[in-house]
Write a protein that binds this ligand. Structure first.
Ligand code: ZN
Length: 197
């Protein structure tokens, strides 16, 4: 498994408590608990890494994303969530507000939000079952594009822009067991995941 905790991008984080809305936190936790129970998001004790992440657009290009190394928590509070309010894909950099650093895969989420303004939720999961079953079946990003790179974000942006869909699923061939799902809202994103099992 590739390291999820290793941050390759430049983060300008303030390490201050954010003020994320309770309803947003509740919705993220509802969906996250379901995915965590299915093993699609969580913590790999053998490799000592967290995997998977969830984000939710607030307004414009500001969004909430699960913070890094939070896979083991059963329930996420404000302290385990990051508010991302500025970013630059080309420079591989983001600005965020929160007690912890945002997920190391934040720029993949950025790419999708930028590509389609109707997308309001993005979920990155790990599933050996889905990854194997759909490897050459569903929309995918080539194996030459590695996790956490600027090139990967640019490929995601291109794909989501060109397909012009506000919901969908993409398989990362270069990120073992990795898939990303996006939709107009977080519950629809969860439904898309279910529909592939
Ligand atoms: Zn991953």
């Amino acid at each position: 498994m590739q390291e999820e905790g290793y941050i390759k991008f430049n983060v300008n984080n303030d390490f201050k408590q954010n003020n994320i809305n309770d309803i947003v936190i509740r919705d993220i936790n509802k969906v996250r608990k379901y995915l965590k129970d299915k093993g699609l998001i969580g913590y790999d004790g053998n490799a000592n890494v967290s995997f998977g992440n969830i984000s939710h657009r607030i307004l414009g290009n500001t969004f909430v994303i699960t913070s890094t190394n939070t896979g083991k928590y059963r329930f996420l509070r404000k302290q385990e969530l990051s508010l991302v309010y500025d970013f630059d894909i080309k420079r591989n950099s983001i600005s965020s507000n929160g007690m912890k650093l945002p997920s190391s895969e934040t720029l993949s989420h950025v790419a999708i939000y930028l590509a389609n303004q109707n997308v309001n939720a993005v979920i990155h999961i790990h599933s050996e079952y889905l990854w194997t079953k759909y490897f050459n079946v569903i929309s995918s990003i080539g194996e030459e594009f590695l996790y956490g790179t600027t090139e990967l974000s640019e490929q995601i942006f291109k794909k989501v822009s060109s397909e012009n869909k506000s919901k969908g699923i993409i398989l990362f061939k270069g990120h073992e067991n990795g898939l990303i799902v996006f939709a107009e809202d977080i519950f629809s994103a969860k439904q898309i995941i279910d529909s592939y099992f």
